[in-house]
Design a protein around this ligand. Sequence first.
Ligand SMILES: N#Cc1c(-c2ccc3ccn(Cc4ccc(CN5CCCCC5)cc4)c3c2)n[nH]c1N
Length: 240
Amino acid sequence: MRIDVVTIFPGYLAPLREALLGRAIEAGLVELGVHDLRDWTHDVHQAVDDSPYGGGPGMVMRPQVWGEALDAVLGDAPARLVVPTPAGRPFTQATAQAWAGEERLVFACGRYEGIDQRVVDAYAQRMPVDEVSIGDYVLVGGEVAVLVMVEAVVRLLPGVLGNPVSAQEDSFSDGLLEGPAYTRPVSWRGLDVPDVLRSGNHAAIARWRRDRALERTAARRPDLLDALPDHALDRTDRAF
Ligand SMILES: N#Cc1c(-c2ccc3ccn(Cc4ccc(CN5CCCCC5)cc4)c3c2)n[nH]c1N
């Protein structure tokens, strides 16, 4: 997979070259290009924004600069254009799983009050464009959202995670939050690891983990339980 990010703060994307993601790039599993939007300005001030038509707070990012940058970055290779925005569709694990199958993702990181809508509209005429939000809170720009989305997608690519099964057993993959996890020591500050986890009884362990996942999901994310299809819960599950 090739990932390109266009931003006025390239340094914000430096964490993408660290740790797991950095190793995936070094292993050739992912190619990453980070591009400074200001490289496509032509004025001495390198202006990328202007006042909003119709009034309103703040500034809007100019379509011309974005058009030149995206034309240059995209070239002729097919890609999915992703534009983070507070007004976007929710980015979920299902989104990450769908995008993990893409050959190429190009992320347009807005700042100020966002990017002139005609940029999305123009590119949507020739390629898939997703306006997405990572959550119901307001950030200052799209860079942090891109860090989140790139990590969620790249970890799903074959060969990236040391233990690939965990991508299938993630929270949300079966529609539930994952339950609690424990490691050594068996007792710590007067708190003990649940006996069942040390029993060697794999059926009992699986049941206990499912019960804790259901319990936690019911307590913290009842909306996920409501969204589960009927066949996803067995009679024992329905106790929650
Ligand atoms: N993903 C994601 C995000 C973002 C996100 C993503 C990308 C950009 C680009 C710029 N900003 C800042 C910003 C802040 C507020 C508003 C709304 N204003 C309301 C009053 C009228 C004007 C517009 C728009 C733009 C961004 C924020 N925030 N939260 C998420 N989950």
